[in-house]
Design a protein around this ligand. Structure first.
Ligand SMILES: C[S@@+](CC[C@H](N)C(=O)[O-])C[C@H]1O[C@@H](n2cnc3c(N)ncnc32)[C@H](O)[C@@H]1O
Length: 286
């Protein structure tokens, strides 16, 4: 029986002749402050992606999943004359993005919306997406890229970076902790769809783009402690697990997860912990 939360009501269901009202926990929004705790580490891949874009002066750019404007600010600095639209589905992230953005002319337009359904109002030379496309359902990722690229002129670019780390202990141990008997299978459906491998991605995008460049980079982040790994993923991959738990249960889950991290990541000679973080990049030209 799901826990009752008086604020969110689902349609009334008939069960064994009885009428009951099912309720569900509302999802929490992204927390920009938590996300920005590792701002420089999270921004580096966006910077690396930017250096691979074969465009000198794009007129119009769409930053898909702009978050707190970390990627948007890089784009604005790199392409000072471009008209930039920054899209995100999280009202909290859009609010933070507006506060963090560099002031410039032409100004940046912020939109709250879903990448899966958003349609730009005019032509786009560069779609840029740093660490967002993996949040789309697996079945929607390629169709969304194809739908966005379809009306664009030849030469337009879709550039993206996604974490490719679901097999890393940092993420595998989230599931292992979630599979503990104590949760009674409640966290079984939380697991995110993995992102396709480089070959599959290449084949899929080559169907509608003439050039597809793919590369992988493994970053090794030197962190203070195992607790910092928890802090890191609390801003992203751990969110759906914590969302599915009640306030009072989260500490127990986090303890179990931290204990496993201690077993999986050795302490380095200087007392720090190295977090391996593989990421998959694609730059596709129509
Ligand atoms: C990890 S953050 C990346 C933020 C930023 N691009 C950066 O480089 O730091 C991922 C962002 O994608 C957004 N996001 C996830 N799924 C989305 C969707 N379907 N539509 C729009 N935004 C989405 C989240 O709200 C979040 O702000």
């Amino acid at each position: 029986m799901p826990r009752l939360n008086p604020t969110t009501k689902l349609p009334t269901l008939l069960t064994k002749g009885l009428t009951r009202t099912l309720t569900t926990k509302p999802k929490t929004d992204w927390n920009a402050t938590q996300y920005l705790k590792f701002e420089s580490e999270r921004t580096q891949p966006a910077l690396d992606l930017l250096t691979h874009i074969p465009l000198k002066n794009p007129t119009s750019i769409l930053d898909l999943g702009c978050g707190p404007a970390t990627s948007t600010n890089l784009l604005a600095t790199h392409y000072p004359t471009a008209k930039i639209t920054a899209l995100d589905s999280s009202p909290a992230m859009i609010a933070r993005a507006k506060a963090q953005v560099v002031q410039r002319t032409p100004s940046i337009l912020f939109e709250t919306g879903n990448i899966e359904t958003y349609t730009p109002t005019g032509p786009i030379d560069l779609f840029f997406s740093n660490a967002a496309m993996h949040w789309l359902k697996a079945s929607e990722r390629i169709p969304t890229i194809e739908r966005l690229m379809q009306p664009q002129t030849p030469g337009s670019v879709f550039a993206m970076q996604v974490p490719h780390n679901l097999d890393e202990p940092s993420h595998a141990l989230m599931w292992e902790t979630a599979a503990e008997k104590r949760w009674g299978g409640r966290l079984d459906s939380v697991q995110r769809d993995g992102f396709m491998g480089p070959g599959e991605l290449y084949d899929a995008v080559k169907g509608f783009c003439r050039e597809v460049q793919i590369f992988e980079v493994s970053y090794y982040h030197s962190l203070d402690s195992h607790e910092e790994i928890v802090e890191w993923v609390k801003g992203t991959g751990l969110r759906p697990y914590l969302d599915a738990l009640e306030e009072g249960e989260r500490g127990v889950y986090l303890e179990g997860y931290l204990e496993r991290l201690r077993g999986a990541y050795p302490v380095s000679g200087d007392g720090r912990v190295l977090l391996k973080y593989p990421r998959l990049f694609m730059v596709a030209v129509k």
